[in-house]
Design a binder for this molecule. Structure first.
Ligand code: C2E
Ligand code: MG
Ligand code: MG
Ligand code: MG
Length: 273
């Protein structure tokens, strides 16, 4: 560490690192012990079936309860966790905790169709990823068809062949697969056709200015048409008002998720009625 190699080295470091980089280093240091200190928790956001208006699933979203900083959101620490490899253990904790919670809901008689878990590139690229998922499903006794794994469009398009093979194995286990933030990457349509995926999550950025923004409406309509023709389902992210719901319904989108229906919250606060 720079500090131990003397004053000059230390001042070199303080000058060379931008404030932003120093902040990342601090977060990284704390992140290393966060799992052991049990500082992570999952919030859940309802996913609504637009036809029936009922909750059919939830997405698990990680939060970090930092002892001094308070609640740290994933956009601030997931990329650090990915760069340091910490995402492997954190990601397995998320998977286990989400599956455990889903099992508990099922045991309470709740008609949960899917619990969605976000998975990062370094996780899915590990050779033992499928084995880890199988083991966690076994440990938590969650039927594979209740688990939904979300991967971003950028991730699947970057990784080509190896990712297709992993997704295929997950799909063969009966796990439901979604492409998150769809429309923000550069999907090759030919490639998309070959992926064993079940649904597209229409990115929040296209939903935000509906129904007024005509370009966003056109994009949303096109994504739903594409999904229909490939036999995929669709869910819209970031739905905040009734007017968005009305248009999404009209365009044939099946599900929606967003503040209009509920913010991500602790599991006890989800209203399943
Ligand atoms: P995402 O998977 O696309 O999740 C949706 C994000 O949009 C969540 O932010 C959610 O709180 C937010 N959101 C939902 N509805 C609305 C709405 O109506 N309006 C607005 N403005 N925002 C809405 P969050 O929880 O901060 O998570 C951000 C991202 O962090 C996630 O985006 C996901 O990429 C990543 N992430 C979260 N949890 C995990 C995790 O356990 N593992 C990994 N690898 N990534 C995670
Ligand atoms: Mg997601
Ligand atoms: Mg998303
Ligand atoms: Mg996102």
């Amino acid at each position: 560490r720079a500090k131990s190699s003397g004053r000059n080295a230390y001042s070199f470091y303080t000058q060379a690192l931008t404030l932003e980089a120093m902040e990342r280093v601090r977060l990284e240091t704390d992140l290393r012990s966060a799992l052991q200190r049990r500082e992570f928790l999952l919030h859940y956001q309802p996913q609504i079936d637009l036809k029936s208006g009922r909750i059919v699933g939830v997405e698990a979203l990680i939060r970090w309860q930092h002892p001094e900083r308070g609640m740290v959101m994933p956009d601030r620490f997931i990329s650090i966790a990915e760069d340091t490899g910490l995402i492997i253990d954190i990601g397995e904790w998320v998977l286990h905790e989400a599956c455990r919670q889903a099992r508990q809901w099922l045991d309470q008689g709740i008609a949960l169709e899917n619990i969605a878990v976000n998975v990062a590139g370094p996780q899915i690229q590990r050779s033992d990823f499928v084995a880890t998922v199988r083991r966690v499903l076994g440990e938590t006794r969650l039927p594979p068809d209740r688990l939904e794994i979300e991967v971003t469009e950028g991730l699947v398009m970057d990784q080509a062949e190896s990712t297709v093979a992993v997704l295929k194995q997950l799909s063969d286990l009966g796990i439901f697969l979604s492409i998150d933030d769809f429309g923000t990457g550069y999907s090759s349509l030919a490639y998309l056709k070959r992926l064993p995926i079940d649904r597209l999550k229409i990115d929040r950025s296209f939903v935000r200015d509906l129904p007024m923004d005509e370009e966003d409406a056109a994009i949303t309509r096109a994504v739903i048409a594409l999904a229909d023709s490939l036999g995929l389902r669709t869910i819209a992210e970031g739905v905040e008002n009734e007017a968005q719901v009305a248009l999404l319904n009209k365009l044939g989108c099946q599900q929606a998720q967003g503040y209009f229906y509920g913010r991500p919250t602790v599991p006890e606060a989800i209203d399943w009625t």
